[in-house]
Ligand binder design. Sequence first.
Ligand code: NAP
Length: 319
Amino acid sequence: MASTVGNAAPGKPIAIAVVGIGKIARDQHLPTIAGNDRFRFAATVSLSGANEGVPTFKTIPEMVAACPDVSAVAICTPPRGRLALIREALAHGLDVLVEKPPAATLSEAEAIAAAASGSGRVLYATWHSRAAPGVEPAREWVSGRNLDKVTVAWKEDVRVWHPGQEWIWEPGIGVFDPGINALSILTRVLPAPLLLDEATLGFPENKAAPIEAALKLTDAAGVPVEVDFNFDQRGPQTWEIAITSGDDTLRLTHGGGKMELNAVEQPLSSEGEYPRLYARFAELIDARQSEVDLSPFRLVADAFLLGRRTTLAAFDWNG
Ligand code: NAP
């Protein structure tokens, strides 16, 4: 998708509003925007009226009316409801960065891509884990090799990363909220498209979304990929992908922040994921180009289509 118009005056920082001021907006987006001189944090759109030292508005149209210099938004709300926000932002002439996953359903995600196409605005559907420093070096290592096996262990504690967020247990994403980060890396690093063979999804008896998932996939070249996702991991958190080729094993650990080749740590850039995402957003705005890849999300939808469901013990935020 590409277009030729834009709002940001040449040479001036891009005035950006952040929509949805929650954990990820505060942990990553606000500090990253503050540290990138291509952007100027200009406003928030916040149902709770978050006070971040800039004007705050309940809706995007109110924000646009009061802040005509704002030309971009970063959408950091939960996935459900994003389609309406993105359509509204595009219709008001804004370039849009959206947190992962791009939407609540595959049809909505496709509608988002369609809304951006031909709108004359930039849509950047981010996958923050793809911006981890080990991902591109791993992709280069994999390129041209015959792979034997890929294993993924992505296990974190929902209580730490989503404290009190009830939306995560609404019908839908659950453990795939972190798991899709691993899928976003796999779909970037592996050269051939992935197909889902089997899935098992474990649901707490009191929740409508899975807390664990095991997937068996095969890439189009026949390489088996085994995936283990868990949202109830106490103690050390695990975000690891191991790729075996003959006698060699490449391991991405720390969500792609570190890379080992045959147990020897490899040097990587120290630049963080979110600074890279915002640098990419500025590039896309300059080029008037959108970037939307739904392949990780499609695999999640496949897991819900094919997955066998098991019922697990009730989930307790204080358990
Ligand atoms: P969160 O803490 O619940 O924040 C979401 C914010 O969105 C809320 O504070 C609220 O802000 C706004 N909001 C609008 N409609 C909402 C609704 N119906 N329910 C709840 N909040 C609503 O969530 P988060 O952890 O920041 O996650 C947001 C997105 O970032 C998710 O897609 C997630 O996958 C992604 N993400 C999260 C993390 C993480 O570590 N938590 C890491 C990477 C990516 P206002 O009151 O200001 O409107």
